[in-house]
Design a protein around this ligand. Structure first.
Ligand code: ZN
Length: 712
């Protein structure tokens, strides 16, 4: 795959930095002055009050938000008129606004700038918030009203989006236990409270293990590393107050993968790789195995309570795939081709290794290193040669420009004019053309730092809707690029640039949203990666490369010969990328289709990988003890397959651009993509929207071709 999986966080997910949210010893925040409870004020229909929020504001805000939601629901069910769309569904859409605001800002604190204080709040409040949600979804009088509106749909004259909203909401109530008897409701609520605690426990343990590092203390330990990596390792050591003459490889993907790609010290590669793959699995206080075993069991029990055969069936009820077997069928169609390609890749690497007097057997910590050598031998291309052309700020400009050109929108940077949760964050206003109507705000937090979770994700601070007057969207991108040394440019890899474009694709999806109701703003989990994956393709278009992939020192564009080498090597190492991802997705589905939810975290991975014929040279992209998609929340559980599901559409949709007269910049295709795929949110069936865009269902062949696998 072009880009590797990055999460789109649409669930509710903030800051730990001293500048904002610093503890104020002993001074508690007065209720009347809590900036979290008031509707956002300021320009653009209100903006997040980062400059005023302190951790101690959260408890009071959570209490006030839960109370407000309760009184809104109480008023809704006390209505003596017969249930109607307006007095029930619209009233529902209007409820819980304060909660939504407070929880979203708390999520940013938790994900981007976590501190021990935020972590303690998380442990205390997430179970309480889960309980408050359950009280709402299990309110029998509320469900009766929703059901009555739902039953009347066949004969009603409501608009299509109103009918769809009602149906989707009714289904959510069913999946959240609205029909259960009292003892079952009580048990379900207990499970959900415990799950909320376990999610925090899991995330905090993994974050602790990622905030560790390997110290390199001799020049010889730096063998093979390009200067930019040495500088980053030196900066990381200084940040951790190590004495001069030491370098640090932080235990996160953004530090580990480049080290594994370039370090010629096999012993250190093994050490760094092993430490990374054992996050959450060290038998110490941060070991997550018991936590995840408990979660899988609770999920199975919950699914059974709700009348589903497994957690996967429960979780997938609102997706495009609908059921596990559809996802499994796609995964198993791609798997053999990917494994076959890995065998070819390994043969190529062994040849290079033997020629260099290296190992005869490729171990998992050798893969990226020798793959890089093969890339160099075959395409005369090394990543180091590319990096000077991918300067971070240029690539940010490239992402914005490519969207402006396709969609006629304009990004104007307003950094410094609105408050942010960390000084690294940049902000743009999005308008319809230059000087046009205000459309959205876009925040970007690009750098890795202690207290920020690893990976890359997009997050909405305020979703768009229009039923009560226009509410414009505010959203963010969050990356973990390693900052250049002070005063130096930040150079990123081509993979990083594709990640940046991927997350920006999620942001565009939010910015171009044009839905009436907030309940229709979020698309199914296995659709949501489609717009982001398509967006990766614009990185390697000639127009973007010519304008933005310029040498950070000389300003010269990439030489044509280098561009050609990049293009010729695009399908390189796709066996590796596909297998490490797909194996993790297959295990996710296997784990969550077990009706009893019983599994042994020690033997499960080993046995399942043997069963599917995992090549011994590759490890899971995410081992279960740190698989945040599965155990950081429910959202991507039985949902890691979503990336490949979405990619079938993404590869096929990109073909529509490629085949159009205007290529990637074709106005008619961009217009259809915007209207049908991006703007509608979940207001219409997503498979049907795809057919309107493409004139047919997506064909899986484009994905095979993109990865260079034989098309059957
Ligand atoms: Zn994504």
């Amino acid at each position: 795959m072009k880009g590797l999986p990055h999460a789109m966080v649409t669930g509710l997910m903030l800051f730990g930095v001293a500048t904002v949210l610093a503890a104020q010893d002993g001074r508690s925040a007065g209720a009347g002055t809590n900036p979290l409870t008031a509707p956002w004020s300021g320009p653009y229909g209100g903006i997040p009050p980062w400059d005023q929020v302190k951790p101690e504001h959260f408890p009071g805000a959570f209490e006030a938000a839960i109370a407000e939601q309760q009184s809104e629901i109480a008023a809704l069910v006390a209505n003596t008129s017969a249930p109607t769309f307006d007095n029930t569904i619209v009233a529902w859409e209007r409820s819980g606004r304060m909660r939504d605001r407070v929880e979203r800002l708390f999520a940013v604190a938790r994900e981007n700038v976590s501190t021990p204080q935020i972590q303690a709040l998380e442990r205390e409040w997430l179970p309480k918030l889960a309980a408050a949600s359950d009280a709402v979804f299990m309110d029998a009088r509320l469900f009766q009203r929703v059901e009555a509106v739902y039953r009347s749909l066949a004969t009603s004259s409501l608009a299509a989006d109103q009918k769809r909203l009602t149906t989707l909401l009714y289904d959510v109530f069913l999946r959240r236990g609205a029909r259960l008897g009292a003892p079952e409701k009580e048990r379900l609520a207990a499970i959900n409270r415990e799950m909320a605690s376990r999610f925090s426990e899991f995330r905090q343990k993994v974050l602790a293990d990622e905030n560790t590092w390997t110290v390199l203390d001799a020049e010889a330990d730096l063998a093979g590393l390009p200067p930019s990596l040495v500088d980053a390792a030196k900066a990381a050591a200084a940040e951790r107050k190590l004495p001069p003459g030491k370098w640090v490889i932080v235990n996160t993907r953004s530090s580990v993968d480049p080290f594994l790609t370039f370090s010629s010290r096999r012993d250190l590669r093994e050490r760094v790789w092993t430490k990374f793959k054992r996050r959450g699995d060290n038998g110490d206080g941060n070991d997550t195995k018991a936590t995840i075993a408990r979660m899988v069991q609770l999920r199975a029990e919950r699914a059974a309570l709700l009348g589903f055969r497994s957690h996967a069936e429960w979780r997938m009820a609102d997706t495009m795939a609908r059921e596990p077997k559809a996802a499994q069928a796609l995964m198993m169609r791609v798997w053999p081709a990917a494994v076959a390609r890995v065998k070819e890749e390994v043969v190529d690497m062994q040849a290079v290794a033997v020629k260099e007097g290296g190992p005869r057997t490729i171990e998992p910590w050798d893969y990226l290193y020798y793959a890089e050598k093969v890339r160099k031998a075959r395409y005369d291309l090394d990543q180091g040669e590319l990096k000077p052309y991918f300067e971070l700020n240029n690539m940010v400009s490239a992402a914005l420009w490519s969207a402006e050109r396709r969609y006629g929108i304009t990004f104007t940077e307003i950094t410094g004019k609105v408050s942010v949760f960390h000084s690294d964050v940049r902000v743009w206003e999005v308008t319809d053309g230059e000087g046009g109507a205000h459309r959205a705000l876009f925040y970007m937090d690009n750098f890795a730092r202690p207290g920020k979770r690893s990976g890359a994700w997009a997050f909405g601070y305020r979703p768009q809707h229009a039923f009560d007057g226009p509410i414009t969207p505010i959203g963010s991108n969050n990356n973990n690029f390693v900052k250049g040394a002070p005063g130096e440019a930040t150079l990123i890899s081509l993979d990083d640039a594709e990640t940046l474009f991927h997350e920006f694709g999620h942001a565009l999806h939010g910015q171009l949203s044009n839905v009436r109701y907030p309940g229709l703003a979020t698309t199914p989990r296995d659709f949501v990666e489609f717009p982001s994956q398509v967006n990766e393709n614009w990185v390697l278009t000639r127009e973007v490369l010519d304008r933005f992939a310029r040498h950070y020192q000389t300003g010269q564009p990439m030489p044509a010969a280098l561009v050609e080498k990049v293009e010729r090597s695009r399908r390189f190492n796709q066996g590796y990328a596909t297998v490490e991802y797909l194996a993790a997705a297959i295990l996710d589905m296997e784990l969550h289709t077990r009706p009893d939810g019983r599994f042994d975290p020690v033997t499960f991975e080993r046995d399942e990988l043997a069963r599917i014929g995992m090549p011994r040279e590759i490890a899971l992209r995410h081992r279960l003890p740190h698989f945040d998609h599965l155990f950081g929340s429910d959202s991507y559980s039985a949902g890691y397959y979503s990336y490949i599901w979405s990619e079938v559409m993404a590869a096929d949709a990109w073909q529509a651009f490629v085949e159009a007269p205007g290529g990637p910049w074709d106005e008619a295709v961009a217009q259809r993509f915007r209207s049908f795929i991006l703007a509608e949110g979940n207001s219409t069936d997503r498979a049907e929207a795809y057919r309107r865009f493409r004139g047919r269902d997506p064909e899986v062949r484009a994905l095979f071709r993109d990865r260079g696998f034989p098309v059957d």
